[in-house]
Design a protein around this ligand. Structure first.
Ligand code: ISE
Length: 352
């Protein structure tokens, strides 16, 4: 029997995930959506109900032609008997309360980043899950599922290039809405590189410095975009990242790992690169849904498969907490311009 999934928050990412569950994920079925904007939820539910009905007709009725219902209150969706698992794609500020509800009802949840808005609340989530006695929270750091990132990780872990010394990252969005302020650049965008650095090195980040060059004139007053951050890791390695969310050109995410005997770059291969007439170039994806489509597909499929087994299969609540702790220090560095030590709880004390 299919895993019955409910999606909370159907903005850009939630709508994308809802559609993914209906169209591309096997072993799962979308039963309900909830959103603060009821009209938006209704429109999506209508569209996806029609789609699953027509899929059922075309496949001779083997697919469930369920209608996707709209639940007004996210808490009711999380509690609903016919929702086995939840995808949380509401804004970050709503996550803590909704995660606690998922834990209370023992519902497995794929939670989009950030886990919560600050380290203290993220740690409370980790502790509450630990008390439950099983891992039910997976965090949406989908880059770990991107085939290019996965290949880079494998290469670095193989040791063929020697020890990894440095990462250089570039993270550019074509544009961001005016509501995307400096803090969101850290908490919602840079947080991906925070996870990538922790994951590729297998080490915690102990210190972060966020530099802020003169902002682009194409953003509103007071928005510090781009930002240039340096992470220091527990083993002495370092990573830098340029995050520029109003780059204007297109979506671009690159990562170069510098090791003792060579370097490896990913993020150049999406799209067709041509060389002609002393020029090279290619196309760029417009946004993260295009660039990371495969990663999201793999993420959700593996989450569904693991959930059915009663497990998670990806970044854990601890990973979400560790990233929140780094981002919190990053926000302090953003305002002072100084390096800020990351205050991270002792993992073995929290998780035993
Ligand atoms: C967005 O929320 C994402 O997660 C994207 O991966 C990132 O590139 C973008 O900057 C965020 O706003």
């Amino acid at each position: 029997t299919d895993l019955r999934v409910g999606v909370v928050g159907v903005g850009v990412m939630g709508a994308d995930h809802a559609e993914r569950v209906v169209r591309k994920t096997s072993g799962a079925r979308l039963v309900a959506v909830a959103d603060a904007d009821a009209g938006r939820a209704e429109a999506l539910a209508g569209r996806l109900s029609e789609r699953s009905a027509s899929t059922a007709r075309h496949s001779g009725g083997t697919t469930h032609a369920e209608t996707v219902r709209v639940v007004e209150d996210p808490m009711d969706l999380i509690a609903a008997d016919d929702v086995d698992a939840v995808i949380l794609a509401s804004p970050g500020f709503a996550h803590a309360e909704q995660l606690f509800a998922c834990l209370e009802h023992g519902k497995p949840v794929l939670c989009e980043k950030p886990l919560t808005m600050d380290a203290a609340s993220a740690l409370r989530v980790v502790e509450a899950e630990h008390k439950l006695g099983r891992q039910v929270i997976q965090v949406g750091f989908m880059r770990r599922f991107d085939p290019e990132y996965a290949a880079l990780k494998q290469l670095l872990d193989s040791g063929d290039l020697g020890r990894t010394l440095l990462l250089h990252n570039v993270h550019r969005n074509k544009s961001a809405p005016p509501t995307f302020r400096s803090e969101m650049i850290v908490r919602d965008s840079m947080v991906h590189e925070v996870d990538v650095a922790r994951w590729l090195f297998g080490e915690e980040i102990t210190r972060i410095t966020v530099h802020t060059p003169t902002p682009t004139s194409l953003v509103g007053d007071g928005v510090l975009d781009p930002q240039l951050a340096v992470f220091e890791l527990a083993n002495g390695a370092m990573a830098d990242v340029e995050v520029f969310v109003n780059f204007q050109v297109g979506y671009e995410v690159r990562c170069e790992a510098v090791a003792e005997r060579g370097s490896a770059t990913i993020g150049l291969g999406s799209g067709v690169f041509t060389r002609a007439g002393e020029q090279w170039g290619g196309t760029m994806p417009a946004d993260f849904r295009v660039r990371f489509e495969q990663a999201y597909d793999i993420e959700v499929q593996r989450w569904v498969d693991a959930t059915v087994r009663g497990e998670i299969d990806g970044p854990s609540a601890w990973d979400g907490y560790a990233a929140a702790a780094v981002c919190e220090a990053g926000l302090e560095s953003l305002s002072t311009g100084k390096p800020v030590d990351v205050a991270l709880a002792d993992r073995s004390e929290v998780l035993g």
